[in-house]
Design a protein around this ligand. Structure first.
Ligand SMILES: NC(=O)C1=CN([C@@H]2O[C@H](COP(=O)(O)OP(=O)(O)OC[C@H]3O[C@@H](n4cnc5c(N)ncnc54)[C@H](O)[C@@H]3O)[C@@H](O)[C@H]2O)C=CC1
Ligand SMILES: CC(=O)C(=O)O
Length: 319
């Protein structure tokens, strides 16, 4: 793994999410090579041409081409954004059956070509499809990562930042569990700089505990709101993917809320779910286990059980 000096990313899925990631990666100089792979070869060729015409304005000379699964052999990271997206009103879990089949067939083709790097999954339902990718790849659990609640966490930090009028990069807060309707915020673990948000609210006349539920709901429902207005969400997740890829290549040991395999952490096993985790060049180094209060642990349990039940019906029989 990572034996060459060239950082190669293979992107499977050149739709809205895939190409937003590609554009963001190019603009941030996040890789040396990017190979684009999709069922729609003509569109993918067009995407490669279009991106290449921006190289002259990019911070580095990233090589982009429309390729095949054979190109995965020398990829350090494969990013998977292929599959069906939600139609207005559809939940992420509604995509399970359709996208499980697609994910399995994609991962089998990646592995058949000798891939031996880190797999990053964004396709929905991302927690379940990360599990599918892990099983179908045979890779170690540390090397199959879902984007999890990284986007939800970015949305949460933005919305808290707006509420208290502080730079969202100084808000330390996590959206946890399913990237979907059963996600939650452990509010007792939210800090502004190093001050607990709940203490800040307690001391303020302008800020109110009751508003936190509204912030949570806005984050939880953000995708529905955006899909209803513009049919898809893609810039935020494109930037989240770039952040994850850079954390891997730069061996950052950064903490991101990623969909990660639990093996007893938070009281659950054999499930991928969004938790804060340390990520570096080898993938997931470790899971950060927060001290959840009883109410938050019950929310976590409910979310993990929802994922497990969905997998029992729609995934395990096919793996
Ligand atoms: N994890 C997250 O936070 C987010 C995840 N998503 C998910 O990302 C996925 C992609 O969304 P969009 O890009 O908007 O959809 P899209 O429809 O624009 O693109 C999907 C692409 O997948 C390709 N594809 C389908 N089956 C394939 C196969 N077997 N092999 C190779 N390529 C295949 C299609 O040709 C298409 O280019 C969806 O599942 C969506 O729900 C979207 C936003 C955020
Ligand atoms: C579509 C989706 O998963 C999101 O924007 O959160």
């Amino acid at each position: 793994m990572f034996t060459k000096n060239v950082r190669r990313v293979a992107l499977i899925g050149t739709g809205f999410v895939g190409m937003s990631f590609a554009y963001s990666l190019m603009n941030q100089g996040g890789a040396d090579e990017l190979v684009l792979i999709d069922l729609d070869v003509r569109k993918t060729e067009g995407e490669a041409m279009d991106l290449n015409h921006g190289v002259a304005f990019a911070p580095s000379n990233m090589k982009v081409w429309a390729g095949t699964y054979a190109d995965c052999q020398y990829a350090d990271i494969v990013v998977i954004t292929a599959g069906a997206a939600q139609a207005p009103g559809e939940t992420r879990l509604d995509l399970t059956a359709k996208n499980t089949k697609i994910m399995k067939s994609i991962v089998e083709q990646i592995m058949a070509n000798g891939f031996n790097g880190i797999m990053v999954v964004a396709s929905n339902p991302v927690d379940i499809l990360s599990y599918v990718a892990w099983k179908a790849s045979g890779l170690d659990k540390s090397r199959v990562i879902g984007t999890g609640t990284s986007l939800d966490t970015a949305r949460l930090r933005y919305m808290i930042g707006q509420y208290i009028d502080i730079d969202s990069r100084n808000i330390h807060a996590y959206m946890m569990a399913e990237h979907g309707d059963s996600s939650f915020v452990p509010w007792t673990n939210v800090y502004v700089g190093s001050k607990p948000l709940l203490q800040m609210i307690d001391e303020s006349e302008q800020l109110h505990m009751e508003d936190l539920q509204g912030i949570y709901e806005s984050v939880r429902d953000a995708a529905y709101e955006i899909i209803e207005r513009k049919k898809a969400t893609y810039y935020g997740i494109g930037m989240a993917l770039t952040r994850i890829v850079k954390a891997i290549f730069n061996d950052e040991n950064s903490i991101l809320t990623l969909s990660t395999y639990l093996d007893g952490e938070y009281g659950h096993s054999d499930v991928y779910i969004g938790v804060p985790a340390v990520i570096n060049r080898l993938g997931i180094r470790e899971i950060i286990t927060l001290d959840l209060n009883e109410v938050d642990q019950a929310k976590f349990d409910k979310s993990a059980n929802t994922l497990k039940e969905t997998m029992n019906d729609a995934v395990h029989p096919y793996l």
